[in-house]
Design a protein around this ligand. Structure first.
Ligand code: BGC
Length: 883
């Protein structure tokens, strides 16, 4: 018996405001017994729940179809329109032809897909410039109760909307950053319950955000109980039922500098009907006016919104001087402090955010460069109030609070953890407390750097989506978080940077860095590839295929005989002994890793990825051409960078050799000497890394590939400089940008994800969950944990597009290792063991069955496993007991 345990639409749960008329549906399955698998499916999609209840799919009845290899089924029924609501269910047949029951009903709703669905105009204020937030107010009245209402809304820089004094949605810092001249993301909210018969008020508050321009676009569509439909839009309406602009309590707002809130100007009643009386402290500016649109297409937001994902108590509060409090959250993170305060009108409380402290216990903000990272709250004397900023966020562990009336107690502050609210996908742990601490730091570093784009850091005057860092970081991010909607959005940001020559830029959206981007910006090809293998998403690859090819051709045009020589950063920020400047400053160019070697290596990787992507998309001749190009690049790379005297690559340092090995560019006859050079250099540095943001990942992977997993583990566990352990011993709770400990002015963020790339190594090598190149959305998984390592246990789980997956292993007191696996239905997997280990016993279980497996069957390697089951293997071998 096979049944559906969960359904998804566009990787989301019951999405409201879908950006596509061809949503992709997927589901998790459970089987009762081993060997059962899904053979066919049937999907019914109906415009009405009652129809679905009678098994009628008036919008789409897929009929009985064979299961494809990928996990996603694209809606293929009647043309769906803007605002369409649909209910759906699915059932699945097993391989014996028995149908399972229908799933529970699920539903989705489309956003506004056509330009002419929009009646609203962009609204702003054309008078004197507004330093703080711009407040726009629109009263309106309704004759009857509301049956259904949707608000389609966006703004630039950031917006916040209220209806009758209540905040709409849970989002903050929206919309996610995009190049507004190309694309602006809007959100859809169900506000049916927020409206009432009689007078209502819609308020839009606009911060400066990324663009600086304060503009609102809002379209409120209301259906009354008698069936009448009406719309309240941002438009030129003036007068008693028009839009009016105000200044209010947010008197300064800046992403980098922080927010100043003057409660004396606040008036909660202003947000409700009748609240615009002459008594209000809100300052009336005049009529709001239609302003120029930002220029980009309006696109429904498909990535998750930024939200407060967690509220935490703080660890400690110290008082380095009278009246100066320093809050220690215990964790470097992104977000803000929520403060409870009560004091006289006009009293100003300042909150200065920082990652580190001076010796005297005060906050050190030097490494934030020009970001002031300071919030200010001015009290109004009306009693206790809880406050948090709206249009800024900070990367911090410490907050220095001054001006607080009375004693600042631990109950007066809580921490709001803020990020794009994507689900965590992976969990990893092992029996080494040091590695677990590092894994937690990886998690917090990533979690701090998901703010509409994968940012480089959350604290200083930067917070950009750097493509070079993502070359190393993407795989770890894909294991750790559910990026199914997040990364495709960022791919469009990259697309938006592409110029006529095909060049993309170093950051996306483009704000900083160079154009053309550094040739290491291979994440443009890597993300679509991982979207296929991990999530079964071909759409991202299809959409961006031409763009990636154009970037590839741009690089080809810059290549001379297949060698790309230009390089901006290369293997950026290695230990200072390996960097050109030799001290912590604002540059961190490597001195011993030739830029052309790194650029050409990544050019090769891009050709390889394009060959695989083309193959996956059925473009076989392209695939062949890229594979042939890749061979030419490989050849040229060897001719240019293999040093026959050193018998390895480039200058012979770790970066050069690891890159060549990890990208599989080394001819067989040179593999031995190159591995020996890599290992020799690590030994010569007393088992320390000398690599920068990219090649650090490549060293760890190459070592395992070539039989030196133990050395890789020693690097991971190293605790003298330069190493992750060194960071942890100095109190790091997130990963630093530099291997050095630095707190001064310049480039030394303490929360920088590029060296968090090690997280993927935990999943792939310690726990052993590997996704092979021929996988389509986890259709295949290889379990290959490094069981011979000097560890007692390791375990990882992943929420995959087919359901939960897990690989865990543990040494027993009897000298064996128990390997436990959970495999989703539809995932063909195999367990690969070190050659000198054998299976002594094997049992399996499906949801209602426990079964013994004949261990001798597994003498043939690798061990093939059927999906939908859990397994427990006991393994014995000469190196097992050595721990
Ligand atoms: C960013 C880095 C990036 C580098 C490249 C820095 O400012 O924070 O993450 O790799 O610039 O120059």
């Amino acid at each position: 018996m096979i049944s559906v345990s969960k359904t998804w639409c566009e990787f989301s749960e019951h999405p409201l405001g879908l950006a596509t008329a061809r949503p992709r549906l997927s589901w998790d399955l459970v089987v009762a017994a081993s060997g059962e698998a899904a053979s066919s499916y049937q999907i019914l999609v109906a415009s009405d729940m009652a129809l679905l209840d009678r098994d009628i799919g008036d919008l789409w009845d897929s009929g009985k179809n064979p299961m494809p290899r990928g996990p996603l089924i694209e809606y293929d029924g009647k043309q769906l329109r803007s605002r369409q609501q649909a209910w759906w269910k699915v059932r699945v047949w097993d391989t014996d032809g028995n149908p399972g029951p229908y799933s529970e009903f699920d539903h989705f709703e489309l956003a506004l897909l056509e330009e002419d669905d929009w009646a609203a105009d962009w609204l702003g204020y054309l008078g004197s410039s507004v330093t703080g937030a711009l407040y726009l107010r629109r009263p309106f009245s309704l004759d009857l109760p509301v049956m259904k209402a949707r608000l389609y809304v966006t703004g630039t820089g950031f917006y916040d909307v209220r209806i009758n004094g209540d905040r709409v949605g849970r989002q903050f810092l929206e919309p996610a950053p995009t190049d507004n001249s190309k694309r602006v993301l809007y959100s859809t909210f169900d506000v049916s319950e927020m409206l009432k018969p009689g007078e209502n008020v819609l308020v839009g508050i606009l911060g400066h955000g990324w663009s600086g321009a304060q503009k609102l676009l809002a379209q409120l569509e209301i259906h009354l109980s008698d069936g009448t439909a009406l719309r309240i839009c941002s438009d030129n309406a003036v007068g008693s039922s028009g839009w009016t602009a105000y200044k209010g309590p947010i008197v300064e707002d800046s992403i980098y500098d922080g927010e100043t809130y003057d409660s004396r100007l606040e008036d909660p009643s202003w947000e409700r009907s009748g609240g615009d009386s002459s008594e209000t402290p809100m300052q009336r500016l005049g009529n709001a006016m239609v302003v120029d649109a930002p220029g980009g297409v309006l696109e429904a937001r498909s990535l998750e919104a930024v939200e407060v994902v967690e509220t935490r108590a703080v660890l400690d509060i110290s008082q380095p001087a009278p009246g100066v409090y320093v809050v220690d959250t215990g964790q470097n993170l992104a977000g803000w402090l929520r403060l409870l305060a009560d004091g006289p009108a006009g009293r100003e409380i300042t909150l200065r955010y920082a990652e580190s402290l001076y010796g005297d216990g005060r906050v050190n903000q030097e490494n934030l460069r020009s970001a002031r990272a300071t919030d200010r709250l001015i009290l109004n004397g009306n009693g206790p109030r809880v406050w948090q900023p709206t249009f800024t966020y900070h990367g911090f562990r410490y907050v220095q609070v001054e001006g607080y009336p009375g004693e600042l107690g631990i109950d007066a502050v809580t921490v709001s953890v803020v990020r794009t609210a994507i689900r965590t996908r992976g969990q990893f742990s092992c029996d080494s407390e040091q590695i677990n601490a590092l894994s937690r730091a990886v998690f917090w570093t990533e979690a701090s750097n998901l703010c509409g784009v994968p940012t480089d850091c959350p604290q200083r005057n930067e917070r950009m989506g750097w493509l070079n860092d993502m070359a190393a970081r993407t795989e770890e991010l894909v294991y750790s978080f559910d990026t199914t909607n997040f990364l495709p959005k960022w791919m469009k940001d990259i697309e938006d940077t592409q110029d006529r020559e095909g060049a993309i830029s170093d950051t996306a959206p483009y704000r900083y860095g160079s154009r053309p981007a550094d040739p290491v910006s291979v994440c443009y090809g890597l993300i679509p590839w991982l979207m296929i293998t991990h999530h079964g998403d071909f759409r991202t690859a299809e959409r961006h295929y031409d763009g990636i090819c154009r970037w590839y051709h741009y690089l080809s045009g810059r290549a001379i005989r297949w060698v790309v020589s230009y390089s901006h950063y290369g293997d950026w920020a290695p230990p200072i002994g390996e960097s050109a400047i030799g001290s912590i400053g604002s540059s961190a160019l490597p001195s011993r890793t030739p830029g052309p070697l790194v650029s050409t290596g990544h050019f090769y990787l891009l050709a390889t990825l394009l060959s695989r992507i083309a193959h996956a998309l059925g473009r076989e001749s392209d695939s062949l051409r890229f594979a042939t190009d890749a061979q030419s690049i490989r050849h040229a790379f060897n001719a240019a960078f293999y040093d026959s005297e050193l018998m390895c690559y480039g200058t012979g340092n770790q970066a050069c050799n690891a890159l060549a090995l990890y990208f599989d560019m080394v001819p067989d006859e040179h593999v031995g000497s190159t591995v020996a050079a890599l290992v020799g250099d690590i030994e010569a540095h007393d088992k320390h890394l000398t690599t920068g943001n990219l090649c650090t990942k490549y060293v760890l992977e190459a070592l395992v590939d070539h039989g030196h997993a133990d050395l890789a583990l020693e690097l991971v566990r190293q605790n003298t400089y330069p190493s992750w352990g060194y960071m942890l011993e100095r109190g790091a709770t997130t990963i630093w940008e530099r291997w050095e400990e630095a707190t001064g002015d310049g480039m030394n963020s303490h929360n920088h994800p590029m060296y968090a790339s090690v997280g993927a190594w935990f999943y792939r090598r310690l726990a052993g969950i590997q996704v092979p190149d021929d996988s389509i959305g986890m259709s295949r998984v290889v379990f290959q944990p490094e069981l011979a390592l000097d560890l007692g246990s390791a375990s990882a789980s992943l929420l995959t597009v087919r359901g939960p997956l897990r690989c865990a292993w543990q040494r027993t007191t009897s000298g064996t290792i128990v390997v436990s696996l959970d495999v989703p239905v539809g995932t063909a997997s195999e367990l690969r063991l070190p050659p000198d280990m054998s299976i002594v016993s094997a049992i399996g279980h499906a949801s209602s069955e426990r079964f013994d497996l004949d261990a001798s069957v597994f003498s043939e390697r690798p061990v093939a496993l059927s999906g939908g089951c859990g397994y427990r293997f006991e393994v014995r071998g000469p190196r097992v007991a050595s721990h």
